[in-house]
Structures are given as structure tokens and as C-alpha cells.
Design a protein around this ligand. Structure first.
Ligand code: ARG
Length: 450
């Protein structure tokens, strides 16, 4: 209907609620105020609007801020609602706020502005988790525990080596998030709808006022791009996967009685009075799924979208918020659970010899004494148990002479001990105490916490 003005045409109708992102936009309320302020300051500096009008708009924005998101008038989104509120307060001149921009560049800027803080929040949490992992790793650097492959007893290691292994993984997750941060922190504002603007805007100035590292150049790309959400959520999904591994291992180790979570990170049963369950870790394990869901939700929403702005983008953003909230919580809970758990050294040492876990160490020892490793492997497999006599008779079978001809008995007996077995593995990154001392001090040096 040609007689209907734009505002009327879009003011209501049955799809109003479906169209509106106003409530979800609460997350970017503060960011939108910051973006409005920077834009208005730039417009005034560039003489695109009068200083007096800019002053009135800035004053109105202060009132909007104090009143809060909940007091905004109805609107299709937070950008429209804040603008309506400014116009209500300033009069028609309030409408100058939206000169030389569109909600398309505005929302993209708001998301980046808010996501920046959220990424810093999760980065902070990863630092605390790494610190907790390293602290417990150093206090249990010599606590021998069973190491598993295929969940079968494999070789003894230490609690310190196990926990430090996760610190390394979280440190790479941290790097990926930092890398994504660099591309999040780029300013799209001034791209307008996608095709730039005839006004003499100063995009660099707006970017600087908002603390962005740089501006995105091509205005069509700037308004359309959401790959920064994908890579951030991908880094979160990776981190979530790391956390799920920590959680799963600790769930298994609590089941074996190797570790006990503090009450703060446990739960009980409503019927079975004796129960102490590792529920927090089970939820951490599940959060990885939430992060992966966020990533596939985002990719599914973005795939096949044409340039430039399409309203589908409104549904992309919440996937990122959900993922960052879930993963941030999970990192914090994991850090707390790790920091407060108690390791049961007796149970660990006892279990560390299970399943002839020192077999590889004995084969290594024989190989060090000149027996080809494959032959040593066969000899130990033939013996099949952690016992000198069995090894000696296997030596007679496989090598045709007693074991003592190749290696002194005390050395074999010592290699059968899980603690010695760990100490033998002093290669770079291994669990032996010297290698661990070095690894822990290298890892601690990367963590500067003030
Ligand atoms: N609320 C929208 C979003 O979150 C931004 C508005 C752009 N709307 C539009 N019709 N061009 O993406």
C-alpha cells in the first residue's frame, strides 16, 4: 500500500513478536549505547550533525542507560527501541542519531563489542583453570598413578603428568581464542546498510572511540561477515571438548576411588543416602555438546546466505552467546573441581601396577641392554606377568639363555616397580621427576597472573 509510511507498515501485525529481537538484545544493550555514543561524537566532530544536537542525544542516551533495557519502548530490536526513546526525549532532532549508518553495521558492531568482553571473560577463566591444573600437578608431581590406553592399564604415570597434559591442551585452546579475538576486534561501523554512505564519516575515529584494533574495509563484507562468530565458537567447541575429557577422566577416577571431589562440586541422590556423585563434571562433559550445537547451529544458519544483510543473521547471534556462557561456566566449574579435589595416593599407587603396567619398561630395559626391541617385546609378552621367574623362563624360551646374561636381576626387579618405571621415562615431556620439573616450570612461566 503506497499510502502507508514505513513506520506504520512495520509497527505491528501477527509476526511482530517473531520479528523482534528486543529481548535477546538485552545482551547488547550496553554495547549499543557505546556504539551510539561513539557514532554521535564522530558525527559532531565531522560536522555532520550540530554539536548541540549531539549533546542532547548524548544526554538522552544517559537517561536510556539509567532507565535500563527493561524500560525501552517496544521495538523490532534494541537499536530501534533506543532510537525511539531518544527521539521521544530529544524530539525530531533525535532522529539525526541514525545519520550515516544502518542497523546492519550497528548490530554487527554491537555483537563484536560485546563478544570482545565475553571472550576476555572466558580467557580469564582459562587462566584460572590452567593455574589450578598446574598447582595440583606440582603438588602431585611424584604421585604415581595408572595410565590408560583404551581404558586398559597401559603404563604408570603421575597425577602431575596427567593434569599437566590438560594444562597444555587448555593453553592451546586459549591461543585459539586469542587468535579469534584479533578478528572479533575489528569495527564494521560506517558501512551503513552495506554500500557505504555519502556522508563524510570518519570510520577510523569511531573504531578508535570504541576500542577496536582496526576497521573492516569493504563495507559489504563488514555488514555481512559473521565468520568471527564461527571461529570464536569453534574455539569454544574445542575448549569444551578439552573440558569434557578432563571431566570424563575425573568421573572415571572418582568411580575407581582415585580422586574424590569436594562436596561443593558433588551432588547426592534424593533416594540413596550414601551417594556422592560427580554431577558437576557430568554437566561439564555435556557442555561440550552445547558448544558443538552452537557451532553447528551457527554454520547451518550462515551457510548459503547471500550478501549482504539477511534477517537470518539475527538468529545466528544467540548461538554464540549460548556457547560462550555455557563454556565459561564449565571452565570455572572445572577449575574449582580440580583445585578442590583430593587424590587418594594409596589407591593410585596400588592400581598403578595393575595389568602388568610395567611391561613396556621391562622391554625398554632389555632393549637398552642390547636385545632388539621387537624380541624384548616378545619376551615380555611371553612372560605375561610382572614376575622375575616368569621373565627368566621366557628369556630361556625366546633368547635361549637366562635373563641374567643380558641384564642384572636387580635392574629387572626395579623396572617392575611402577615408581622406577616412571622415573625411567625422563625423555622430554615424560613423567619422570626431572622432566616434569622442567615442564611445570615452563608452563608456569607462560602464566602471568597478577
Ligand atoms: N536485529 C537485527 C539483528 O540482530 C538487526 C536489524 C537489522 N534489520 C534489518 N531489517 N535490516 O540482526
Amino acid at each position: 500500500d503506497g499510502d502507508v509510511v514505513r513506520g506504520d507498515r512495520f509497527s505491528g501485525g501477527p509476526a511482530r513478536g517473531f520479528l523482534s529481537s528486543l529481548s535477546a538484545d538485552e545482551r547488547i544493550f550496553a554495547a549499543d549505547l557505546a556504539v551510539d555514543r561513539a557514532h554521535v561524537v564522530m558525527l559532531a566532530e565531522q560536522d555532520i550533525i550540530e554539536d548541540e544536537t549531539a549533546g542532547e542525544i548524548l544526554t538522552a542516551l544517559n537517561v536510556v542507560e539509567v532507565d535500563g533495557h527493561g524500560s525501552l519502548p517496544d521495538g523490532e530490536d534494541v537499536h530501534a527501541a533506543i532510537e525511539t526513546s531518544v527521539v521521544q526525549k530529544v524530539g525530531d532532532d533525535g532522529g539525526k542519531m541514525h545519520t550515516a549508518r544502518s542497523r546492519n553495521d550497528e548490530v554487527a558492531t554491537c555483537i563484536r563489542h560485546r563478544l570482545r568482553d565475553d571472550v576476555l571473560g572466558v580467557l580469564d577463566a582459562t587462566l584460572a583453570l590452567r593455574k589450578a591444573l598446574l598447582e595440583v600437578a606440582s603438588s602431585h608431581a611424584d604421585t604415581v598413578m595408572p595410565g590408560y590406553t583404551h581404558l586398559q592399564p597401559a603404563q604408570p604415570t603421575t597425577v602431575g603428568h596427567f593434569l599437566a597434559s590438560y594444562e597444555q591442551a587448555v593453553s592451546r585452546d586459549t591461543e585459539r581464542l586469542l587468535d579469534a579475538y584479533g578478528r572479533v576486534n575489528q569495527c564494521p561501523l560506517g558501512s551503513a546498510a552495506f554500500a557505504g554512505t555519502p556522508f563524510n564519516v570518519n570510520r577510523e575515529r569511531v573504531g578508535e572511540l570504541l576500542g577496536f584494533d582496526d576497521v573492516l574495509d569493504n563495507s559489504m563484507d563488514a555488514a555481512s561477515a559473521r565468520d568471527f562468530l564461527v571461529e570464536t565458537v569453534a574455539a569454544l567447541a574445542n575448549l569444551g571438548t578439552t573440558l569434557s575429557g578432563v571431566a570424563e577422566d575425573l568421573v572415571i577416577y572418582s568411580n575407581r576411588g582415585f580422586v574424590e571431589l569436594s562436596d561443593d562440586y558433588s551432588s547426592t541422590s534424593s533416594i540413596m543416602p550414601q551417594k556422592k556423585n560427580p554431577d558437576t563434571l557430568e554437566l561439564v562433559r555435556a557442555v561440550a555438546g552445547d558448544a558443538h550445537a552452537g557451532l553447528s547451529g551457527l554454520l547451518a544458519t550462515l551457510k548459503g546466505l547471500p550478501r549482504a544483510y539477511n534477517r537470518d543473521l539475527q538468529r545466528a547471534t544467540p548461538h554464540a552467546w549460548d556457547a560462550i556462557d555455557a563454556v565459561t561456566d564449565a571452565v570455572e566449574v572445572t577449575a574449582g573441581a580440580v583445585a578442590t579435589a583430593t587424590w587418594n595416593e594409596d589407591a593410585l599407587v596400588e592400581a598403578s601396577a595393575e595389568g602388568f603396567s610395567t611391561a613396556t619398561g621391562v622391554a625398554d630395559l632389555l632393549a637398552m641392554c642390547g636385545v632388539p626391541f621387537r624380541t624384548a617385546h616378545e619376551l615380555v609378552a611371553t612372560a605375561g606377568e610382572a614376575n622375575y621367574d616368569a621373565l627368566d623362563s621366557a628369556a630361556k624360551d625366546v633368547l635361549g639363555s637366562p635373563l641374567a646374561e643380558y641384564v642384572p636381576r636387580e635392574e629387572v626387579e626395579s623396572a617392575l616397580d611402577p615408581e622406577t618405571s616412571v622415573e625411567m621415562r625422563d625423555s622430554h615431556g615424560g613423567p619422570a621427576s626431572d622432566a616434569m620439573t622442567e615442564a611445570l616450570s615452563d608452563a608456569e612461566a607462560t602464566l602471568v597472573i597478577h
